[in-house]
Every structure is written in C-alpha cells, then in structure tokens.
Design a protein around this ligand. Structure first.
Ligand SMILES: [Zn+2]
Length: 155
C-alpha cells in the first residue's frame, strides 16, 4: 500500500503546536506523511482503513468479473470479424476475377456489335444504288458468317 492516505482521524496537539496526530496510534502527521506503513503497530485507524479497502475490493469483484466477461466477448467478436474479413476478401477476389472475365466478354461483344453497325451502314448506302439490295444481302451474309465463325471460335 504505497498510495498517499491521510483520511485517518486526526487531533491537534494544541497549546501552540501547529501539528496534528493520528488518534489510532498517536504518531504525528509529519512522521506519517501519508504513508500507511508509518503508523504505529496496532493503529486502529489503519485497521479501519484495511477493512474498508478489503470491503471495496470485494464490492468491486462483480464489476471486475463483468469487465472480464465483456473483454472475452469483445475478443470473440474480434476473432469473428477477422474470419468474416478473410471470407469477404476471398469473395472479393472471386468477384474481381469474374468481373475481369466479364469485361473481356463485353469487349468481344462490342467488337461484334461494331461489325453489325458497319454492315448496316454499308447496307443503307447500297439500297440507294441500283442493284443495291443484292449487295446489301451479300454484305449481311458475309458479316453473319464472320460473326458465327468468331463466336464458334471463342466460347
Ligand atoms: Zn495511526
């Protein structure tokens, strides 16, 4: 017990002496200087103090127990969060992989669409000319064949 304590009952020496003494052991405040160990042996004030501290410790036990339980629960939560985080990371890696694959498919589809648009534009030009319908049909068939070939080659 090294904490400063001057909560014991004190009385003045009186008769012009400015100092006080402990009523439990008679030692002066100056000698005791807040140190529990400096009271006289069998000091009733020190015994009272020890009893109070013991009682406070007993009263604090449920609180300490509650804190320990909360700490254990928090640790369990932290472990669960860590496991969940690892799971999320794995899911994210799969999703990222899928997104990349999907992106490649979109790029391929965009290229095919560009070919279709090109063929349609050529077709619009053809229909304004003599014999353009046959030319349009030829372009459309060629584009279709090209797209079917590229589709068969890919997936
Ligand atoms: Zn004392």
């Amino acid at each position: 017990m090294s904490d400063f304590w001057d909560g014991y009952e004190q009385k003045p020496y009186g008769k012009g002496n400015p100092y006080y003494y402990c009523v439990g052991c008679g030692r002066s405040n100056v000698h005791i200087n807040g140190n529990l160990a400096r009271h006289g042996s069998g000091c009733t004030e020190v015994e009272k103090r020890r009893a109070t501290l013991a009682q406070e410790a007993v009263m604090a036990l449920p609180e300490v127990k509650g804190l320990a339980e909360r700490l254990a629960a928090a640790q369990a939560d932290a472990r669960e969060a860590e496991a969940y985080s690892a799971e999320l990371e794995a899911t994210l890696a799969v999703a990222s992989h899928n997104a990349t694959a999907f992106g490649h498919k979109i790029v391929a589809l965009e290229a095919k669409l560009a070919k279709v648009v090109e063929a349609l534009e050529a077709g619009v030009i053809c229909t304004t000319k003599h014999g353009g319908a046959a030319e349009f049909l030829r372009i459309a068939r060629a584009t279709l064949a090209e797209l079917e070939a590229s589709h068969a080659g890919k997936d």
